[in-house]
Design a protein around this ligand. Sequence first.
Ligand SMILES: NC(=O)c1ccc[n+]([C@@H]2O[C@H](COP(=O)([O-])OP(=O)(O)OC[C@H]3O[C@@H](n4cnc5c(N)ncnc54)[C@H](O)[C@@H]3O)[C@@H](O)[C@H]2O)c1
Length: 260
Amino acid sequence: MTIEIPRPILKDKKALVVGVANEHSIAYGCAAAFRELGADLAITYLNEKAKPFVEPLARKLEAPIFMPLDVSKPGELEAVFERVRSSWGRLDLLVHSIAFAPREDLQGGLLDCSAEGFKVAMDVSCHSFVRMAKLAAPLMTEGGAMFAMSYHGAQRVVPNYNVMGPVKAALEAACRYLAYELGPRGIRVHPISPGPLKTRAASGLKDFDLMLNEAVQKAPVGELVDIMDVGFACAYLATPYARRVTGGTVYVDGGVNIMA
Ligand SMILES: NC(=O)c1ccc[n+]([C@@H]2O[C@H](COP(=O)([O-])OP(=O)(O)OC[C@H]3O[C@@H](n4cnc5c(N)ncnc54)[C@H](O)[C@@H]3O)[C@@H](O)[C@H]2O)c1
């Protein structure tokens, strides 16, 4: 069967990208790749403190929608989707590239993680994706694709990943169930598992440089990934070429996950 492909391949696609903090953010790689392939972008920033770092990037990517979004603040998520609806009338792509755990809970072992820390980590890093999917799905009237950033610590024990391991495992499981529920509506859901990248979020992990070193040693391709590798992998999954791919974790890690 032939697939009708526009040029550029994401021309006129409407993409909401959540998680740009600065030019090192994985979300920025996704936004830049989507833009390069023709998509129109909605970009969010966490709060007034983050705004000056994100605004120049949103301008560079010519994003017509630029709004605050802290998923733990009631009403902010709804406001973003309402703006998408009023400006575009629909949405094609959604990127969830956010994670948070209180530092003291993140830096200790799982046994020492507080109930409150576990709850916050799960809410910001996992359940917020379910909330986003619920708001995004009715706007994906022509089908669509959703992406959530996971990590291999969801599947295997990675020292120092701590509470984020179970949280990412829940995120990947949530993606599978959402893929099942949304598949009939032509919406695909992709958990993406990037290799380690030097970003602000990663700097909260203990001994992160050791993780980077191990990844480069182990990677069959012999190199670490960068944010554009992740962005273009998501861009491929956003195209009709990937229309029968959904729910499974997609590794963008230079092959580290296949190694013992
Ligand atoms: N850097 C890595 O090595 C790596 C590897 C695999 C997966 N990931 C995942 O990629 C995603 C993006 O992280 P990153 O590495 O690009 O770091 P980053 O610091 O650039 O991005 C993290 C983002 O989460 C946002 N965030 C935190 N709390 C939030 C809240 N309450 N509401 C809205 N946004 C909030 C921050 O504002 C920031 O934009 C995360 O889910 C992370 O776990 C990172």
